[in-house]
Write a protein that binds this ligand. Sequence first.
Ligand SMILES: NC(=O)c1ccc[n+]([C@@H]2O[C@H](COP(=O)([O-])OP(=O)(O)OC[C@H]3O[C@@H](n4cnc5c(N)ncnc54)[C@H](OP(=O)(O)O)[C@@H]3O)[C@@H](O)[C@H]2O)c1
Length: 257
Amino acid sequence: MSGGGGNRMGEGKVAVVTGASAGIGAATAAALAGAGFRVVLGARRLDRLRAVAAPLGGEAWSLDVTDPASVEAFADRVPALHLLVNNAGGALGLDPIEAAVDERWRMMFETNVLGTVRMTRALLPKLEASGDGHVINVGSIAGFEVYAGGAGYTAAKHGVAALTRTLRLELLGRPVRVTEVAPGLVETDFSRVRFGGDGERARRVYAGLRALSAEDVADCIAWAATRPSHVDVDLLVVRPRDQATATAFHRGAEGGR
Ligand SMILES: NC(=O)c1ccc[n+]([C@@H]2O[C@H](COP(=O)([O-])OP(=O)(O)OC[C@H]3O[C@@H](n4cnc5c(N)ncnc54)[C@H](OP(=O)(O)O)[C@@H]3O)[C@@H](O)[C@H]2O)c1
């Protein structure tokens, strides 16, 4: 079993995972189901989402976090809720600020920042009513580091980091934990999406090093989710051994494998 430290702390609890049709979200759904959670999954590609949910006995519901009506419809269907994993997100392009494309910036903020805000706002009453709620936001090392060409994404993930810390302050004294999991390089569809489907360019991002897998990050998320209720994992930063910062990599012939 991945994640959860081998325990079944999720037994009898419901978890929502956004962006669960691929990558970290799909792996998180599996790790949480392995820890006993009943998983309710959301994403836009319903066929892929159903394929993730079916073996886990979970629910697969259409969700576009950039669309307020979609978020409301999704949230209305959610039963009692203990855990919300705001994972939907990603990057578009690698444009320097002097060539910034407004629409790409808008989409990165809509998905990573506003998507997280909308889902949290809509589901907070149910999380609080459970008496033992938890919001886990998937941030990034881009939430506290920067790199040339990355401003649209780093600004958005800095936003996620800021709203996560603000939420912790606002919920003080109420039964809802707040966690940010901030990964470094993870080998998923992230770079292919960032580069508009250019698989070769995406492949070069991971060449010669051993990146984290989606399961590695899911393990961290499930670990944070399965601590006792009074233990709030605040910020969990996880990187590959082959990565020291957003720009410092060790690329060897064997790629650390
Ligand atoms: N990969 C990395 O190196 C890395 C590092 C740090 C942080 N992260 C963060 O980890 C999270 C997951 O990324 P990933 O690496 O797993 O990438 P991925 O494989 O591309 O998965 C992204 C997921 O987000 C969903 N999504 C995108 N836009 C959405 C929307 N508007 N509404 C609902 N779902 C949406 C996608 O599903 P649909 O397309 O089906 O909607 C997909 O399931 C993101 O927040 C990303 O910023 C990734």
